[in-house]
Design a protein around this ligand. Structure first.
Ligand code: GYE
Length: 337
């Protein structure tokens, strides 16, 4: 885990090399493969760029906002022919989708990998076919950086650290018992948000993580796991949930147990999507670290550059902020997602 994080940090700002340019050159010829069916629909006379996008699933409010951003940006008006598929949080579905995009000869493949490991062979197949790949949102742990052009997304370790620092400074002035709702097992944001939180609270002896399980980034699993935590422990002070949806599920479980979320049991989450921000404004969640899902515009720009044979940054880090209750009340009326 640690080495992955370090590797990613080191990549920040590094430009893609000559191999990448060679790849882009073979795939952007416009003759031969990758013909676009939608040419008559617009695109200003030029060929549309055919993009095959494999999405993780529809597990959370964050994911819905991310999908909307991609679909609203990779439009025919903007020069794209988007082929979109939902993998329902299953790696085998994503591998199948990527293979099908390779077979169709799309110009560029983009995807948000459900888990970090196990991508090398399918990425190698794309490389052999001369189809450039762009990663969005989640990372892969492949050692071979030539397997993809760029990775656009947030720094999840930093998000976990921001959550941990707030807890350490604001709640752990006395001993607290923490339960953790982890994201999907093996997913970059689950691995990194766990690590960041642990790192940031490691030197505060008042913080004890008494239980930690996956809620798979969904509201319903967050609720079920929280019900189990409440049965197993009668001394929970804080829930640290790797996303808003699991935190919202935990709120339901806490209320059903006759306790007051945000007071009897404090809650800290990551994402800052509308429902989470509303719960923060209502005092049911105590602090949220943002994870910006609006990756469509950056993705469109990177794809256009890759197809044009221009250099792109290997790592594009999306900046995030954090919200207290007062800040959520102020931000909510103009929040985009
Ligand atoms: O935090 C969560 C979603 O990969 C950053 O996936 C994304 C995470 C997000 O299910 O809500």
């Amino acid at each position: 885990m640690f080495s992955t994080t370090k590797a990613r940090t080191r990549l920040t700002g590094v430009l893609a090399g000559a191999a990448v340019l060679a790849l882009a050159a073979c795939s952007s010829g416009g003759d031969g493969g990758g013909d676009t069916a939608g040419g008559e629909g617009g695109g200003g006379g030029g060929d549309l760029i055919t993009v095959g996008f494999s999405q993780v699933g529809a597990e959370s409010g964050w994911r819905a906002a991310n999908t909307k951003s991609i679909q609203d940006t990779l439009t025919e008006e903007n020069g794209f022919d988007l082929k979109f598929s939902d993998a329902q949080q299953k790696q085998e579905n994503q591998i199948q989708a990527i293979r099908s995009y390779i077979a169709q000869g799309v110009d560029v493949i983009a995807f948000s990998p459900v888990v970090e490991s196990g991508w090398d062979s399918v990425l190698e197949e794309a490389k052999q076919a001369g189809i450039p790949v762009v990663l969005t949102d989640r990372a892969v742990d492949s050692e071979d950086e030539t397997l993809y052009e760029s990775f656009i997304g947030s720094d999840f370790v930093l998000e976990g650290e921001m959550a941990g620092e707030w807890v350490s400074e604001n709640l752990a002035t006395e001993p607290i018992n923490v339960v953790e709702l982890q994201g999907t097992t093996g997913a970059a944001p689950a691995i990194d948000r766990k690590k960041g939180f642990e790192d940031a609270t490691a030197d505060n002896p008042n913080v004890t993580i008494i239980d930690s399980q996956t809620g798979n980034f969904t509201r319903s699993e967050g609720k079920t796991v929280m019900e189990g935590f409440l049965q197993a422990h009668d001394d929970i002070d804080l829930v640290y949930a790797h996303n808003d949806d699991m935190g919202l599920g935990a709120i339901e479980a806490i209320e059903a147990a006759g306790l007051v979320p945000g007071e009897d049991i404090k809650i800290v989450t990551v994402d800052a999507v509308k429902d989470g921000m509303q719960a923060l404004a209502d005092g049911k969640i105590n602090f949220i670290v943002e994870c910006n899902p609006l990756l469509g515009p950056d993705l469109a720009e990177v794809i256009k550059k890759v197809v044009a044979g221009e250099e792109v940054e290997k790592r594009i880090v999306v900046e995030d902020q954090s919200f207290t209750q007062e800040q959520a009340i102020e931000a909510l009326p103009t929040r985009e997602y």
